[in-house]
Design a protein around this ligand. Sequence first.
Ligand code: GDP
Length: 423
Amino acid sequence: MLASIVGINWGDEGKGRMVDLLSKDYDIVCRYQGGNNAGHTVINERGKFILNLLPSGILREGVVCVMGPGMVIDIRHLAGEIARLREAGISVSPENLKISDRAVITMPYHVQQDCLEEARLADKKFGSTRRGIAFVYADKYQKKAFRMGELLHPERLKKRLPDIVEWKNLTIVNAYGAEPVKVEDMEAYFEEYGAPLKDYICDVGLYLNEANAAGKKILLEAQLGALRDLDYGIYPYTSSSNNIAAYGPIGAGVPNLKLDKTIGIMKAYSSCVGEGPFTAEYFGEKAEKLRNAGGEYGAATGRPRRVGPFDAVASKYGIRCQGADEIALTKLDILSGHEELEICTGYELEGKVLKEFPFTDVLDDCKPVFEKVKGWNCDISACRRAEDLPREALDYIRLLEKLCDCKIRYVSVGAERDAYIEQ
Ligand code: GDP
């Protein structure tokens, strides 16, 4: 059984929190794309954890975590993440963590290139997280990247390294005028952060296929959301990988397996980090209030997120891109305490109201159409059954289901593991 948990919006929907909850029903959790450019925040009885690279299933005993071939792995960052978990008493060993030999290694020069490029762009910058992600994926497609499996063959790796460094310096030195990358520094990087990972590296596709044949349940975990997908998101303000569920089996190492179920994580309001069109955006005091209520500051970077009301146009598109079978609606508790709530139900463009999400460039000229619905004035964070919710909150959920043509199965009313309603 192969299922996936994916983001419907711009990311930060609370995927980590839902993986942490739903992984109780799975044997294996696998991340299939992206790197340490976003963070999942998980709060459970063992504490509060921010995970950038490791699948959120790492916090559950008995669950095996896999980092798939679609990922880019900053091995220095991974070392830090593993060390922090161990300090908190979470075990991380080759028994519960398998890293794909085909996953690509993010090098220090990718991070450096990212910073140099953002500095060059100055006020035209894209709002990169400066974790080198675009540059490492670019190198992957140029066939100039290093893969985790190469760490198992250090002699061959050593032979390949000087050519790659020479090529990289053509850009670092000649284009940006920065100090050249040194071969010996990269050797030291592999030795310090790569060598300790040797026992974790394997053919995860083989592992997952055998597990699947043995009847194990596998959950794929996405990073970011549909609107940040490289091909289907708000390009060029996207991430550099495909987070859509259809890519899941490929990025996980099991292109031969089909998804049995896709659970889309959708937030009860909108948030977006960095640059790019965000039609339903709130500004000023309204934005500040929602941002503070929702604690909308980036898990990886601490950046304040842009916020707005629920966007039915973008969410419907996100659900379509993800092929979501069911939805988990998160952070509904954040909307408590309002007489009225707004929902973006259309985009106005040249006198017409669009109901379908348009091509990115058109978004710049779109104005949001907001509709008002009744809010609820009580705290809903202790509700555990749909019947416990105030009428207005239930109506809000039903309206979202109708606008997005989807079934909302889970409603999350708090960050803690058990703060949810299944309906
Ligand atoms: P992810 O990248 O999709 O996993 O999302 P993030 O971790 O960046 O953001 C979700 C944040 O909201 C985290 O701090 C969670 O602890 C928190 N969170 C998740 N679900 C809920 C919820 O239903 N209510 C509240 N109040 N917080 C939530």
